[in-house]
Write a protein that binds this ligand. Structure first.
Ligand SMILES: NC(=O)c1ccc[n+]([C@@H]2O[C@H](COP(=O)([O-])OP(=O)(O)OC[C@H]3O[C@@H](n4cnc5c(N)ncnc54)[C@H](O)[C@@H]3O)[C@@H](O)[C@H]2O)c1
Ligand SMILES: O=c1ccn([C@@H]2O[C@H](COP(=O)(O)OP(=O)(O)O[C@H]3OC[C@@H](O)[C@H](O)[C@H]3O)[C@@H](O)[C@H]2O)c(=O)[nH]1
Length: 386
């Protein structure tokens, strides 16, 4: 840890970070990285600490004096401003961010992603504190190419689908497609942060994650989350594989995504934390443009990888089709394709992702199998006994 230098060769001084949403998927990996590889201190804020318990206990851990947990709901807790004042940098990860909620709980989604983030921006701006805010790749919505005729050769032209921070438009569906409540709330908070920077000098960085996946993402329904809950696709498909049921392909599984390994993405966030002069005032796509698949291809690859890591044979019918209305309910809509342009992050932070989709699925599904296979077996045998 001694002698850490930034990208310009300057010594990095230890800082205090107020991390809101530290108990979630991304927060848990970021805390792990900061504790094991840096001298920085973290004031971890969340309503839950299940995913960071291993970093908080026992008190003999090497970093025990650099990490504290504050169980705070940022909707209604006056302690928040004090913590932001104590820190050099605030990172805001807190949000409702599972698509199953966007069309079924649009009010909670909008409040969580816009209204609840407002005081965080205000406290940072008023107290002259730096802010790294987590937005989303959903901000781009659909690609321009999605509106071209299916057989148009322009659909093959990257100008019609690669998503660029400073030039791509944000294309959302109609208001009755409540799926876009999340993207729209995230867009407005981005605009507000940008305006605070322009008018009041707020030092900010905005991160747009493109489908970061890995261990500890979401929950497995009925094991460490509600039985009827619908997590993001990695956990949905993991749950199906663990239970030996077919993977459900929403509307044919034709949508395309690029998936990035959480550990690669965390490297990018650490560069932003430790290189403020290069990161301030920027919006960064953080994704892996080389890992593009359709959701159907993802299902096929996960089935193969899971077979390898579990030693179990694949099902005869590994996937089934389901309509989005049946799976998510009224008001669902989808992003067709998400390829991040990497120019800005390459130029500012010289960062590139490393891990292939196969490799990241292999390590993630090894974790899922080790963590959940036994618990699922027990839960399933209990329910057949009843
Ligand atoms: N994982 C991805 O690929 C991805 C993609 C795009 C955007 N993001 C954004 O990154 C951020 C973190 O995502 P994640 O995948 O870690 O999600 P997550 O749900 O695992 O983590 C969010 C955390 O915020 C906490 N939280 C929510 N509301 C809170 C409140 N009112 N007070 C205190 N804590 C609260 C939750 O308890 C949770 O631990 C979110 O803003 C999300 O929109 C993530
Ligand atoms: O069981 C499933 C689950 C999901 N899907 C499909 O898989 C795709 C990916 O779904 P995810 O649940 O991972 O979420 P999305 O990629 O649509 O959105 C995510 O992207 C970026 C973040 O802001 C959020 O984490 C989330 O909104 C969608 O097309 C979805 O319809 C299935 O086909 N079957």
């Amino acid at each position: 840890m001694a002698g850490r230098v930034d990208l310009d060769g300057n010594t990095i001084k230890p800082i205090t970070i107020c991390m809101i949403g530290a108990g979630g998927f991304i927060g848990s990996h970021l805390c792990e990285k900061l504790m094991s590889e840096t001298p920085h201190k973290v004031l971890a804020v969340d309503v839950s600490n299940d995913k960071i318990k291993h970093l908080l206990e026992p008190a003999t851990l090497a970093w025990a004096d650099r990490m504290e947990f504050h169980r705070i709901n940022i909707k209604n807790d006056s302690r928040l401003e004090g913590l932001i004042k104590m820190a050099d940098l605030t990172i805001n990860l807190a949000a409702i961010c599972t698509p199953a909620d966007y069309n079924t709980r649009p009010l909670d989604t909008i409040y969580s992603n816009f209204i609840d983030a407002l005081p965080v921006v205000k406290y940072c701006s008023e107290n002259g504190k730096r802010l790294i805010h987590f937005s989303t790749c959903e901000i781009y919505g659909k690609t321009i190419g999605a509106f071209l005729p299916k057989d148009s050769p322009l659909r093959q032209d990257p100008a019609y689908y690669v998503l660029k921070e400073d030039t791509s438009p944000c294309i959302f569906g109609p208001i009755e497609k409540q799926r876009w409540s999340y993207a729209c709330a995230k867009q407005l908070i981005e605009r507000l942060i940008y305006a605070e920077g322009a008018e009041n000098g707020l030092e900010f960085t905005i991160v747009r994650p493109f489908n970061w996946i890995g261990p500890r993402m979401d929950f497995i329904p009925g094991i460490d989350g509600p039985s009827e809950g619908v997590p993001r696709v990695l956990a949905c498909f993991s749950n199906n594989l663990l239970r030996r049921e077919p993977l459900k392909l929403v509307d044919g599984g034709e949508s395309q995504r690029t998936f990035i390994y959480i550990k690669d993405a965390i490297e990018a966030v650490l560069l932003m934390i430790e290189n403020p002069a290069r990161a301030n005032g920027h919006i960064f796509n953080v994704g892996n443009p080389n890992n593009e698949v359709t959701v159907r291809q993802l299902a096929e690859m996960m089935t193969k990888v899971y077979s390898k890591v579990s030693g179990e044979s694949s099902l005869e019918t590994p996937t089934i089709d389901v309509s989005s209305k049946e799976f998510y309910g009224e008001g669902y809509d989808d992003s067709d394709k998400r390829i991040p342009d990497m120019t800005i992050i390459n130029k500012q932070l010289a960062w590139n992702p490393k891990t292939s989709l196969w490799d990241l699925l292999e390590s993630t599904l090894t974790y899922q199998h080790r963590t959940y296979a036994e618990a699922i077996k027990q839960a399933m045998s209990k329910s057949t006994a009843n």
